[in-house]
Design a protein around this ligand. Structure first.
Ligand SMILES: [Zn+2]
Length: 244
């Protein structure tokens, strides 16, 4: 048997056809962008959609953390900025995303997580996408203030084994005691109500203007009810994304 075996040629042609079909499908998915306050489950949804539609999930936070843990010079700079609680400059994040979107697996379809975060980033993304004709699909996961507070402040952590509970959604069998080792549960520092209020305010201040910017650009923004169970939200997102 040689390399020019007819079946091999045929399967190569079949594979090329399959890849073209896959790319057409991805083109239809476009650039998926998710907005939502802390506790809305954005990260989970972004990962889920990526998996279900077979497109990459691109998280700028993950990319930066990877650089930090790899200890590259970029990572060291990123760590210094993040440790001061400051935002990574737009130019930097834009460049990172633009480079990632040039990879072949992004051709037409991908889910963005944590980007764009400012008007400047939204404008840069708009330019990147219109350069290659990729459509944006923007979702805003809407969760009421009280629901966010309930979800995040209801969280309890076992300091011994790390199990996470939620006194409203997933309570321990006995009040405030870990099911596994009966250790008294604790509240994480960043889940304290005053910290959550601050995180929500930061979100409102940063993200509202980005959504406004996109609407000014005549971009449709689909609102999704974030009080639904995660599987329901995921179903709605996929339904909208795969609608003809
Ligand atoms: Zn425990």
């Amino acid at each position: 048997m040689t390399d020019s075996h007819p079946n091999r040629v045929e399967s190569a042609a079949g594979e090329a056809r399959f890849n073209r079909l896959l790319n057409t499908l991805k083109q239809a998915v476009g650039a998926v962008i998710l907005f939502g306050p802390p506790g809305a489950g954005k990260g989970t949804q972004a990962r889920g959609i990526g998996r279900r539609l077979g497109v990459p999930h691109i998280s700028t936070g993950d990319m930066l953390r990877l650089q930090v843990s790899a200890g590259t010079s970029t990572g060291r700079d990123a760590r210094a900025i993040m440790e001061q609680g400051a935002l990574i400059p737009d130019d930097w994040v834009n460049h990172m995303v633009e480079t990632r979107l040039r990879e072949p697996d992004c051709r037409g379809g991908f889910v963005l997580d944590g980007y764009p975060r400012t008007r400047g980033q939204a404008a840069a993304l708009d330019k990147m996408l219109s350069n290659n004709g990729t459509q944006m699909k923007v979702f805003n996961i809407v969760v009421g203030y009280n629901e966010i507070i309930r979800r995040t402040t209801g969280r309890r952590l076992c300091p011994r084994c790390g199990t996470i509970y939620n006194i409203y959604v997933k309570p321990p069998r006995e009040p405030n005691l870990c099911d596994r080792d009966q250790t008294p549960l604790e509240i994480r520092i960043d889940d304290r109500e005053d910290v959550i209020r601050e995180r929500i305010q930061a979100y409102e201040k940063q993200t509202r203007p980005v959504i406004e910017y996109l609407r000014e650009q005549k971009q449709a923004v689909y609102e999704v009810d974030g009080s639904l169970p995660p599987e329901k939200i995921s179903e709605q997102l996929v339904e909208i994304l795969t609608a003809p």
